[in-house]
Design a protein around this ligand. Sequence first.
Ligand code: ADP
Ligand code: 5GP
Length: 185
Amino acid sequence: MKHLLMAVSGPSGVGKGTIVKTLIGRRADVVESVSCTTRAPRSGETHGKEYFFLTKEEFTTRLENDDFLEYDEHFGNYYGTPKSFVEETLKTKSVILEIDVVGALRVKEKFPETALVMIVPPSVEELENRLKGRGSETEAEIENRLARLSFELAQQDKYDYVIVNDDLERAIGEVEAILDGAYRK
Ligand code: ADP
Ligand code: 5GP
């Protein structure tokens, strides 16, 4: 079976992390890509697990060597999806990138066979409830994330698949079906 590169996007709090982590925990044939970043590790973060932590020089060298499928700058630091890791892993496993819409569309340009999957909430109210329930953002941060919602949802047409995360198990099942080729176009 051919292994699939899948980019999973969607608004903050929609359940991307929950879906991807549950699925990866169940399947040995699927891994999540680990991005490179120039930001410093936060306490508890390990090199190679949350990110590959690089110096600016190391990041620049890899950039010059064309080793990023895409990269971007956030809050003064660089973040990139490592091409060599993704290409190597795809020889034996499917790879999931949890990535924003801008990054995902850039990956698709380089790797047209990438399956673009957007996870959407059943409603704006439910998304707000989940963000509040997660309890990891302040009220202002939640407002920021909701303000970005319409931009993200407006990109749906550019995606290959749109999955509503109302029932978690059903949503995970739909992602698995794409990975297994059941819906492959
Ligand atoms: P994201 O990675 O998209 O920012 P998370 O995976 O952190 O989102 O999910 C946000 C919150 O919503 C978490 O508290 C999670 O447990 C909850 N959640 C995820 N999927 C569902 C679902 N289908 N129904 C109800 N709550 C959900
Ligand atoms: P954090 O520093 O909080 O882990 O991440 C900051 C931002 O960088 C988040 O919006 C996250 O989605 C984004 N990010 C993480 N990895 C990558 C990547 O490989 N490429 C791009 N374009 N953005 C990333």
